[in-house]
Design a protein around this ligand. Structure first.
Ligand SMILES: Cc1cc2nc3c(=O)[nH]c(=O)nc-3n(C[C@H](O)[C@H](O)[C@H](O)COP(=O)(O)OP(=O)(O)OC[C@H]3O[C@@H](n4cnc5c(N)ncnc54)[C@H](O)[C@@H]3O)c2cc1C
Length: 467
């Protein structure tokens, strides 16, 4: 038996928010009971809620909070394979294994995600161009499917189910556990080089030059216009050799810059982040980096997870929440789509505080997995309702024209029609999903909005501001 309790749930963007009957099972038998005792409602897994929009929400449905499924089941120190339950977080993996010389093969910009959430979104990291996405490092998955069975699926056994589960946004079943291969590292430090990038063409030059670095990403000033459009700070990094100690003038300057920012996390306000403060931040951050290349050795956490140091930073966007916009577009020597998107933002009067740009490598999965060869941009906006949604619709058209797509883990608003054009594989994916779940047991508000499973949610969460 499980106990269902009505709770408000939200994603990291805090838009939309909704209510659902939630259970917090600790054992697999309790998860099976939850599946049985759902009174005919849809059901969905919810990890650490770090997807931004409605991917982990299920209005009026049954939501399984997976965080107590947090056992490490096996570890082979010779190969780095771990077997762990889906509610284990990357933070827990890091705390346990970094001191032992292992690191997850792919990490996102926060370590507060569960392994289940990482696989369901087939997350990518700064090393996509060399290591692919999270699913590339998972050998098998134990999945509770709609008929109540626990199916062990891998690339040989029920391979279609395995593929559909990587990036399947929780819609093929509830991931209970997986085998994930950690990689060896010699030290808990990263050697970095930062290169001040003067415009978009310069970004692509530096990115091409940096292809052999395992980790690459660039912060971008999304408000810079004209010949400065696309200026930013490119970061490339690699795991440091044994004995390396953090240090360097750049590290000292970055620390001084970051300290006051870390203090603002206690406010739940929307006046701090506006176009003017963002413009001032961008200018200061850009000038903090000297023209050319600088080097430093930095600890792992601030390199990979800088935002985790500001607990609850999503509240800085105020009660209306925020929205992420993350497209990937194929390579184009003239960078038309990227220029189009950046131009649309700078003309709109909106500004993104956190904007990053990165080139993906060639590895891609089918189904709903996001990464495709090309360039991806991730932007955060305070939720200003309709005018912002109009801007995003306009950017969607630019992305679609270029043959690109949006990341489902960041999405709260894409239309069904645009989704279908961005993810032409959706029908093949749905055919596999429907074979395993013919009556539509697993669903989410996002899946209902996108026409994947179930009817659309009639009314959005209390904060679904549309004016
Ligand atoms: C600051 C920040 C930075 C980020 N950076 C990146 C990045 O660099 N790259 C990237 O790819 N993503 C990034 N993300 C997004 C994040 O990695 C994904 O949204 C991830 O899925 C969140 O994991 P979670 O445990 O919080 O899952 P949730 O948000 O709770 O759920 C996400 C999806 O996974 C499903 N799910 C969760 N657990 C299970 C399970 N056990 N079984 C089946 N389905 C499950 C849910 O149903 C839902 O569809 C970032 C997010 C934040 C907040």
């Amino acid at each position: 038996m499980v106990t269902w309790t009505k709770r408000r749930i939200e994603g990291w963007g805090r838009f939309p928010t909704t209510e659902a009957q939630c259970a917090r099972p600790e054992r697999w038998s309790e998860v099976q009971s939850a599946l049985q005792d759902r009174d005919g409602e849809h059901i969905l897994a919810h990890g650490l809620g770090r997807s931004y929009g409605d991917a982990a929400l299920l209005t009026g449905g049954r939501v399984v909070l997976t965080r107590r499924l947090d056992r490490l089941l096996a570890f082979d120190p010779d190969t780095g394979w771990i077997r762990a339950e889906a509610g284990v977080s990357l933070e827990e993996v890091n705390n346990l294994f970094v001191p032992r010389g292992f690191f997850p093969p792919v990490v996102p910009g926060t370590q507060f995600v569960t392994l289940g959430g990482a696989l369901a979104a087939d997350i990518h990291g700064k090393n996509h161009h060399v290591h692919g996405s999270f699913g590339d490092h998972v050998r098998n998955v134990e999945l509770l499917t709609a008929d109540g069975r626990i199916v062990v699926t891998d690339r040989d056994h029920e391979p279609e189910l395995f593929e559909a589960t990587l990036g399947g946004m929780g819609l093929t079943g509830l991931i209970l556990a997986m085998d994930l291969r950690l990689m060896r590292i010699e030290s808990p430090a990263i050697e970095i080089e930062t290169v001040r990038v003067e415009n978009l063409d310069h970004f692509f030059e530096v990115s091409a030059e940096s292809a052999k670095w395992p980790y690459t990403v660039s912060w971008i000033d999304c408000l810079a216009r004209g010949r400065h459009m696309g200026r930013g700070v490119f970061m490339r990094g690699r795991h440091a050799p044994a004995g390396a100690q953090p240090g360097g003038a750049l590290l000292e300057r970055l620390k001084k810059f970051a300290d006051p920012i870390l203090d603002v996390s206690a406010f739940e306000t929307n006046w701090l982040l506006n176009r003017f403060s963002i413009q001032a931040f961008n200018e200061t951050y850009f000038r903090l980096h000297r023209p050319g290349t600088e080097t430093a050795v930095v600890p792992i956490a601030p390199f990979f997870f800088p935002l985790d140091m500001v607990r609850g930073w999503n509240k800085l966007y105020g009660s209306r929440g925020m929205m992420q916009y993350q497209p990937v577009v194929p390579h184009d020597p003239e960078r038309r789509a990227m220029r189009g998107v950046l131009e649309a933002i700078s003309k709109s009067g909106f500004a993104s505080f956190l904007a990053v740009i990165k080139e993906f490598g060639d590895v891609q999965h089918g189904g709903l997995s996001f990464p495709r060869p090309g360039v991806t941009l991730a932007l955060d906006f305070a939720n200003h309702g309709k005018p912002l949604h109009d801007l995003m619709d306009h950017m969607d058209d630019i992305v679609l024209d270029a043959g690109g797509r949006l990341y489902l883990a960041k999405d709260a608003r894409m239309t069904r029609d645009r989704f279908r054009r961005m993810y032409p594989e959706w029908q093949a994916w749905k055919a596999v999903r429907d074979r395993w779940d013919p009556t539509g047991v697993f669903s989410s508000d996002q899946a209902r909005r996108l026409g994947l499973v179930g009817d659309p949610v009639p009314t959005r969460g209390a904060k679904a501001v549309a004016s």
